[in-house]
Design a protein around this ligand. Structure first.
Ligand code: CP3
Length: 368
């Protein structure tokens, strides 16, 4: 018998709406949570940010645990997503990441290096990957997971990482932007770019398996920039990495949500090893659901601009109509189509949660 930490012996989140939905079990309403729910839209988060930097919140397990659970308390969402960041994997590969006012800065950025410097750094990142045990920054995140599961065992906890293509874009460019240099490198030096993507993927797998061992109940892969590649190129170059991750996590029986934002050809994603597909707000949910196997669990896809801009009475009417989708597709997790905008009124997020919670329809059986 593999060792099971005490806080995982009785996992009371197992029968949560979220995990039941991911297992296709009958539910009377969809679960709801928001990407980037633990962030600047919450007053409680902004208060913590007055005292602590983002890095401090991220790597102090007691604080990261507290932040992870803020949206449960403040918004009443059904799922906690681990408070971390997709760029944590780059730190484990030996890069520095600074989360400043203008977004993250990765150093050194691959774009600023010569090809021999890049080759040396890749060799070093591979060496770190093959070192036994976990990097220190992963250990801090794992401690956060243990604390969350000890404190709130009934709340399903979602772990995550970035997909290797998206993480590569930040690594090459050194931060956010149009990623033109990274794409130029990918098309002109495909072999080298794919070697980096492979190293990111294997480091991410190590990270994901560690998260699983410390108690996350499900896992999401954020491919925020899938839409930068044409569908056939994505399928040829990137999909094998996603399959490597998903097949391994499938073996661990860890439910997996894949969120390929703005991807063309969602209907050709490898649905069989995924528990759910995250859908962005450019996609028509009803039209997509007709193209996919009936039991595909979909997650999404409210436009984040709606809670940001709509007056609450109009948002309420919008939601009443939007939530009718549950009747035609009962395998659904309500979410936004991308992260919460930091200026979103908290009351509008709460309104969405309350609207979802007010739904109660006869449970669809798993054979429906
Ligand atoms: O969803 C959650 O609440 C959990 C935590 C979470 C963060 N980042 C915390 C964070 C998650 C899931 C992420 C994922 C992430 N990080 C993605 C994928 C999702 C997406 O938005 O496309 C990406 C691309 C990143 C990289 C990143 N981290 C950027 C571009 C930025 C700056 C822009 C921004 O949103 O502020 C960050 C910083 C970051 N990550 C913050 C938070 C709460 C803001 C830090 C602050 O408080 O100032």
């Amino acid at each position: 018998m593999p060792f099971k930490p005490a806080h995982l012996a009785n996992n009371s989140a197992k029968n949560s709406l979220f995990l039941r939905t991911l297992r296709h079990e009958p539910v009377t309403r969809p679960p709801v949570w928001f990407m980037r729910q633990a962030g600047r839209a919450l007053r409680s988060y902004r208060q913590l940010k007055e005292k602590h930097s983002f890095q401090e919140l991220l790597y102090t397990p007691e604080l990261a645990c507290q932040v992870t659970l803020l949206p449960i308390k403040d918004l009443g969402v059904d799922v906690a997503i681990l408070f971390s960041d997709i760029l944590v994997v780059l730190e484990a590969m030996g890069f520095k990441v600074n989360f400043g006012k203008n977004g993250p800065e990765v150093s050194p950025a691959l774009k600023d290096l010569s090809s021999s410097q890049r080759a040396n750094l890749l060799a070093q990142s591979i060496e770190y990957l093959n070192t036994a045990g976990y990097p220190e920054n992963f250990k801090a995140v794992f401690k956060t997971i243990s604390l969350v599961k000890e404190k709130s065992p009934e709340v399903p906890l979602l772990g995550f990482c970035g997909a290797p293509f998206t993480v590569f874009l930040y690594l090459f460019e050194g931060g956010s932007g149009l990623f033109t240099k990274a794409l130029d490198y990918l098309y002109k030096n495909s072999q080298q770019a794919l070697a980096w993507i492979d190293c990111i993927n294997k480091t991410s797998l190590k990270y994901a398996l560690g998260q699983k061992d410390h108690g996350v109940d499900a896992f999401q892969i954020f491919e925020s920039w899938a839409g930068l590649l044409p569908a056939d190129t994505y399928r040829l170059w990137i999909m094998p990495f996603i399959e490597e991750l998903s097949q391994r996590l499938n073996k661990e029986q860890l439910p997996l949500i894949f969120f390929p934002r703005l991807a063309a050809g969602l209907e050709s994603m490898p649905i069989s090893t995924l528990s759910a597909l995250g859908v962005d707000h450019q996609t028509d949910l009803a039209a997509l659901s007709k193209k996919l196997p009936a039991k595909t669990v979909l997650q999404g896809n409210i436009d984040p601009h709606l809670p940001l801009y709509l007056p609450s009475d109009i948002l309420e009417k919008y939601m009443q109509n939007y939530l009718k989708f549950f009747k035609i597709h009962p395998h659904w997790i309500v979410n936004l189509g991308h992260g919460v905008h930091p200026d979103t009124p908290e009351a509008n997020l709460k309104l969405i949660v309350d609207q979802v919670k007010a739904l109660s329809l006869p449970a669809h059986s798993s054979s429906s």
